[in-house]
Design a protein around this ligand. Structure first.
Ligand SMILES: Nc1ncnc2c1ncn2[C@@H]1O[C@H](COP(=O)(O)OP(=O)(O)OP(=O)(O)O)[C@@H](O)[C@H]1O
Length: 244
């Protein structure tokens, strides 16, 4: 495994059990500060479990999860969130009965929403401005995903964890998300992105880690993986072909 010069998040030897199942089996993962790290791997490899373990939603049974220099393994989820990590789960967590405005208002935990920051978000998610006073439940899947991501970034966070944001979305919306994640990164938020859609993440990722059977089996730069068809085939196999 390569040494990252400046990791904002670092997992070493992380094991997670879910009930009787041993899911993460010694995960070593470095997330360089200021970049977009993409976590790839087939269904069931352990990507979601990795994000949930970072957030403290599953407790690591062994190993270290170091965020901004402090071991957060074993800490409670609200504590981990307050340290500056936001999480967008795969299920697009929005309050359907509440308006877009109310959804974002509830996510702004440290005070009133910052209007300049909202305008910045509307710049890459204009639909949110358009449907500001509509119930989030009435929006399309792509627009709900925008609400979920906007909730996570309505305040400045150090690290954004996002689980398969493009799942089921139309190509035009995927382009929106590419622009959004680029802007979030430019605004000094580090991103750890779980995806199966390689054509999406090859345009975004700086570094890449590939998981299989609860372990990281490859780490490197996205540029290197994107340029190497044989490596893609070997590491991603059918999951890559399925998205071409
Ligand atoms: N609540 C649970 N109880 C038992 N096993 C679980 C639970 N959640 C996940 N698993 C198992 O853990 C393994 C890893 O699942 P995980 O969701 O982390 O994979 P993933 O890489 O995110 O896959 P996907 O792309 O399908 O979401 C799978 O074998 C899954 O069946």
């Amino acid at each position: 495994m390569r040494e990252a010069p400046d990791s904002l998040l670092s997992l070493s030897g992380v094991h997670t059990h879910i009930g009787e199942y041993h899911i993460l089996q010694g995960v070593d993962l470095e997330v360089p500060r200021g970049g977009i790290t993409v976590l790839l791997g087939r269904n069931g490899a352990g990507k979601t479990t990795t994000l949930r373990t970072i957030m403290g939603l599953w407790k690591a049974s062994q190993g270290r999860v170091v965020f901004a220099g402090q071991d957060i393994a074993g800490k409670a989820t609200p504590d981990i969130a307050r340290r500056g990590i936001a999480y967008v789960p795969e299920s697009m967590a929005v309050f359907s009965d509440l308006t877009v405005r109310e959804n974002l208002h509830l996510a702004a935990i440290s005070g009133p929403m910052d209007t300049a920051r909202l305008e910045w978000i509307f710049g890459f998610f204009p639909a949110l401005k358009k449907f500001w006073n509509y119930p989030a439940g009435n929006l399309s899947g792509g627009q709900k995903q925008m609400v979920a991501i906007a909730r996570a970034i309505v305040e400045q966070r150090q690290l954004l964890l996002v689980d398969e944001p493009t799942k089921g979305l139309a190509p035009a919306i995927v382009q929106n998300l590419i622009e959004a994640f680029r802007q979030v990164k430019e605004n000094s938020t580090t991103i750890l992105l779980v995806e199966q859609n390689f054509n999406f993440v090859r345009q975004l990722g700086d570094t890449v880690a590939v998981m299989d059977d609860g372990r990281i089996v490859h780490t490197g730069t996205m540029a290197e993986l994107a340029a190497d068809d044989a490596l893609q085939q070997r590491l991603l196999g059918l999951s890559l072909a399925a998205h071409q």
